[in-house]
Design a protein around this ligand. Structure first.
Ligand code: FAD
Ligand code: NAD
Length: 469
């Protein structure tokens, strides 16, 4: 391994891959004094994904939902090395990670290899396209910050092109038809936010066009939001009906073209529907680097959904590797809530492992004492006892706090496990405020809370910005 960074040889090296929900939550709970810690991620920030659809419609400014990773690590007891790079290869046998600077600007050295004692693998997932033709070329995704900014530009471009003098009614209708693919929470929240943008701002600034704007949500399954209760699904459907968001269930996107989307309708017929923008929110798939890593351990890692871990989140077949979040295949849904709890659990586990590792080192030292030492036997016995105790790791237990989604029109839905009926469905100001306060409290830093609250007030007072950057 070629990398030479400030290093304490008496401590083990912990490498964390990623700066998302799992990794950031781990960093928050980790005692960095225990390890030489390296965080490697192609993004040097944490992205608060639940509010990404609000960025796509200009309700929030992009920077409000980002937290630079160095803002997290700077407050830690011992220095953490933050490296902006993407892992390109993990060798679970040699215990090394190879990574490269994949950004626009690179120095003379832009890729290297680092040896780890422990690796926390938290690289998340990428958008699933099912290799459907035209998705990558013509659709906008809703996963990364760039995706939201791109969608906002595309949306306003469609509106401005529709306003071009002499545009035919047919072309105006095409340009202003927005198709959202995927009736999971991402697609539903984005449709709701697009509707708010239309009602609260575009009606004032583009009165001649606003009534031409149509939003269609396409879902292959028989209903949207399958993870929510039936009552909440119906509530969402009726809210969307009032909002004139057209939900097309049992309808599958087969191809996306430059100016249209090809649908397989419930009766299996094919329809080509003209549109100005398609947003693709059809779920997750594994990253290439994760597939590569799993392929190196074919006996233990055969689940196509993701990395198999044991009950303490250790990757099966790989010594010293933990995997958390969307890159794993567990019985939990791929959500921020799960990744966050896994991250803080690992913080506690790594504390225990550090104690165990130092007890093991002390045991080795005690064994090396001369036999004449009167305390040697008792020292060894007590340290062996400590090591056995510390070796037992408490399994990870997920505690579901409920699911919450914004559905537009100042309404949110909530499946909260602690309500007697099992869930709660409400609309109006109370739920809206609950949704907002829940998300505000979940933002990791005071700075982000202030920025998001400020954006919400700004939009209330002045409306959303319709300029196309
Ligand atoms: P991520 O948070 O995606 O982090 C992965 C990290 O790995 C990133 O920092 C990335 O840059 C980095 N990375 C990528 N490739 C490499 C590489 N090669 N080497 C090193 N690092 C790499 N969940 C909820 O519970 N509630 C919600 O309201 C909610 N809303 C959502 C809204 C949207 C629009 C989206 C897209 C998702 C939402 N989710 C929500 C799901 C949630 O965001 C994910 O489950 C969560 O981000 C998973 O955390 P993670 O740490 O596994 O991955
Ligand atoms: P998802 O996997 O939940 O939903 C994707 C949907 O797209 C599926 O219902 C699927 O049937 C549909 N689909 C796939 N291919 C299609 C096609 N060709 N044509 C039509 N429909 C198609 O994806 P998501 O909404 O991005 O969510 C990903 C994860 O993030 C989930 O675990 C979700 O719970 C979590 N999340 C949670 C929240 C929240 O709690 N508020 C918000 C966003 C995301």
């Amino acid at each position: 391994p070629g990398v030479q960074l400030p290093h304490d040889p008496s401590k083990k090296t912990l490498v964390i891959l990623g700066s998302g929900w799992g990794a950031t939550s781990l960093l928050n709970s980790l005692d960095t004094a225990d390890y030489n810690v390296y965080v490697i991620s192609p993004r040097n920030y944490f992205l608060f994904t639940p509010l990404l659809p609000s960025v796509a419609t200009g309700t929030l400014s992009p920077r409000s939902i980002l937290q630079p990773t160095r803002h997290v690590t700077r407050h830690k007891e011992r220095e953490v090395h933050v490296i902006e790079a993407a892992a390109t290869d993990v060798d679970p046998h040699a215990k090394t990670v190879t990574f490269e600077d994949s950004s626009e600007v690179q120095g003379l050295i832009s890729h290297t290899t680092l040896k780890y004692d422990y690796l926390v693998y938290a690289v998340g997932a990428e958008t699933q396209t099912f290799n459907i033709p035209g998705v990558r070329e013509h659709a906008c995704f809703m996963k990364e910050l760039d995706d939201a900014e791109r969608m906002q530009r595309r949306f306003m471009d469609c509106v401005e092109s529709a306003a071009f003098p002499g545009q035919s009614k047919e072309e105006v209708n095409r340009l202003l038809h927005m198709v959202v693919v995927g009736g999971g929470p991402t697609g539903v929240e984005l449709s709701g936010e697009l509707h708010d943008f239309l009602e609260e701002d575009l009606r004032s600034w583009y009165p001649e066009l606003a009534h031409h704007i149509r939003i269609t949500l396409v879902e292959a399954l028989p209903s949207v939001l399958p993870m929510f209760s039936k009552q909440l699904i119906e509530y969402t459907e009726s809210t969307f009906k009032e909002a004139k968001i057209d939900i097309q269930t049992k309808t599958m996107v087969k191809e996306i073209k430059e100016k249209s989307v090809v649908l397989q309708m419930p009766d299996k017929s094919i329809a080509e529907v003209p549109c100005g923008m398609v947003v693709w929110a059809a779920g997750n798939t594994l990253r290439g680097v994760t597939r590569q890593l799993m392929a190196k351990l074919p006996e233990d890692q055969a689940n196509r959904r993701g990395i198999t871990v044991d009950e303490t989140l250790r990757m099966k077949g790989a010594d010293g590797v933990f995997a958390i979040g969307d890159c794993t295949a567990t019985s939990y849904a791929p959500t921020a809530q799960v990744a966050q709890q896994e991250g803080s659990y690992l913080g506690r586990i790594l504390k225990q492992l550090a104690k165990k590792d130092s007890a093991v080192a002390e045991l080795e030292a005690a064994k090396a004492l001369p036999d004449s030492d009167p305390e040697k036997a008792s020292k060894i016995k007590s340290l062996e006892h400590q090591c056995t105790k510390l070796e037992k790791l408490r399994p990870f237990k997920y505690s579901h706090q409920g699911s919450l989604a914004y559905i537009g029109s100042d309404r949110a839905i909530a499946d909260l496990p602690f309500f007697s009926g099992g869930n709660l469905a409400t609309g109006g100001v109370a739920t809206y405020l609950f949704w907002r306060s829940a998300y505000l409290s979940k933002l990791f830093s005071l700075r982000n809370r202030a920025l998001v609250a400020n954006d919400w007030i700004k939009v209330k007072l002045f409306g959303r910005d319709t300029s196309r950057e």
